[in-house]
Design a protein around this ligand. Structure first.
Ligand SMILES: *[C@@H]1O[C@H](CO)[C@@H](O)[C@H](O)[C@H]1NC(C)=O
Length: 477
């Protein structure tokens, strides 16, 4: 008797709880609700019992995220129907809804055939983007694209679905086919669709909504496109640092021999960066076709870099025989300038292409710094009245003005004399015995203590560019 009473009391309590549940305006029965682990994304779903193909849904995404999406009909990307939400640009208080399809693990493509009606409550409010709609066509089935998917079974108690969230940054666009960044978080869940069948009405999704009729199966955070990041790192390091260093090296006296190693290493890194760029290109609609400006310019730069390598080798081989400037050298010089300029321009474009325009400022900053250094050098050289077009080592314009890089005193010269040599313009009036009076040009020439034979001084004037005689030992090593 007592037991039965207790049992009845328990049942009453349960019924009361159930009825409280049913009365909860935030969590009505007859809908399935998914809430992502940190509440950045919520999705609620109902299927009307009216025999047509409508489905009602509410999608809510935190404004801290650039975008949020639910993919229906699959536990991975290929074959799913994606319902994507981001902020509108024209009207920051509204949202852009973007239905898309994907048949692989890459940015889904806009699917304009989906027909839907926007319902009340859509917009941006209290830190959330909200989208309420009834979907009239193509929400229950869509092109399978070679997969075995392409539909949802609205009588299934565990229909598969995925969700994804863009990086935590501000983003807005009015176009439903806007370029998006890769997700930083994603996961899989199942939806009980069967239980949602009933009246034709919009599900309820509020701050106090809880997950119901859905199960989170897996989720993963902290994702980013490391291939695109590696591409950027390799390219910026090569184009903004290594290649300019190599261009300076060839103009120096002592380090010119490192030019070829430096530039070959840079080319190797560029090719590595190129490979990462190709791999990253498959991730996005804007790059899968390989015909965007950044990509085409990139292909051209890579091609020109091989031209550059060939011209450098040909120049070197010919110069070794003739010790005269070559046409190859001239092409190498100008092609090098073009490659570095195009590389910098393409870096700037590339950061915009990756939706990271703020990082393009780094490229701008480095270019500005390099240009300032070059201008500074030109002005400084002009002030010192240095002949700017002097031939440097290896048959290129050089920085090897000898009063700029004075050699160590030659053993046959007295130390007292060397001190004045460093201040080239004021030569002593009486040079040490056995030393020929230098011509006016001597201050600009390279002194070559390691060379055994004494050069005929007159030959310097015949050969004002000082082609290589001083470089000979190095060039043959
Ligand atoms: C808000 O966006 C929706 C969907 O993009 C659109 O249908 C609606 O007209 C917009 N509302 C306003 C007030 O701009």
């Amino acid at each position: 008797m007592l037991l039965r009473n207790l049992w009845r009391a328990a049942l009453t309590a349960a019924a009361l709880t159930a009825s409280t549940r049913a009365d909860d305006a935030n969590n009505p029965t007859g809908q399935s609700t998914f809430i992502s682990p940190d509440n950045s994304l919520a999705f609620a779903f109902t299927v009307p019992d009216n025999g047509n193909t409508d489905v009602y849904f509410s999608l809510r995404v935190s404004t801290k995220r650039s975008w949020g999406a639910v993919g229906l009909g699959s536990d991975d990307m290929p074959g799913a129907l994606f319902l994507i939400l981001y902020r509108s640009k024209n009207n920051r208080d509204n949202v852009t809804f973007s239905p898309r399809l994907a048949y692989g693990n890459y940015e889904p493509k806009y699917y304009p055939d989906l027909k839907f009606e926007v319902l009340d409550g859509t917009g941006v409010k209290d830190g959330y983007m909200m989208f309420n709609a009834v979907c009239n066509e193509h929400c229950r089935s869509w092109p399978a694209g070679g997969t075995s998917k392409g539909y949802i079974d609205v009588s299934s108690p565990n229909q598969q679905a995925v969700y994804a969230l863009g990086p935590k940054e501000s983003f807005s666009d009015d176009e439903p086919d806007a370029n998006l960044k890769m997700h930083s978080e994603y996961g899989t869940f199942t939806i009980d669709m069967k239980r949602t069948q009933g009246r034709a009405d919009l599900p309820v999704l509020t701050e106090d909504s809880v997950a119901e009729g859905t199960t989170l199966n897996s989720h993963s955070t902290g994702k980013f496109d490391w291939k695109a990041a590696a591409h950027a790192a390799f390219m910026v390091f090569s184009f903004m640092l290594l290649l300019p260093i190599g261009a300076i090296l060839i103009r120096t006296e002592k380090l010119a021999k490192f030019h070829k190693f430096n530039q070959t290493f840079a080319l190797g890194l560029v090719l590595g960066g190129f490979a990462f760029g190709i791999l990253a290109s498959f991730h996005y609609q804007r790059s899968r076709g390989f015909h965007s400006l950044h990509q085409v310019l990139g292909f051209i730069v890579i091609l020109l870099m091989f031209v550059q390598l060939a011209m450098g080798i040909l120049h070197h081989l010919k110069w070794r025989k003739t010790k005269k400037p070559t046409t190859f050298g001239k092409i190498h010089l100008w092609n090098g300038r073009i490659v570095m300029t195009l590389g910098a321009v393409n870096g700037y474009i590339g950061f915009g292409f990756a939706l990271d325009r703020r990082y393009a400022l780094i490229v701008l900053g480095i270019v500005f710094f390099l240009v300032m250094c070059t201008l500074g050098y030109i002005v400084w050289a002009a002030k010192r009245q240095m002949p700017r077009r002097q031939q440097g080592p290896s048959g290129f314009e050089g920085l090897n003005h000898s009063y700029q890089q004075q050699q160590q005193p030659e053993p046959w010269r007295s130390t007292g004399y060397t001190a004045t040599v460093t201040a080239a313009p004021s030569y002593p009036h009486d040079p040490p015995p056995g030393y020929e009076a230098p011509s006016a040009q001597i201050g600009l020439q390279n002194v070559t203590p390691w060379r055994g034979a004494t050069p005929g001084r007159g030959s310097y004037e015949d050969e004002p560019l000082n082609l290589g005689s001083s470089q000979k030992p190095r060039e043959f090593t």
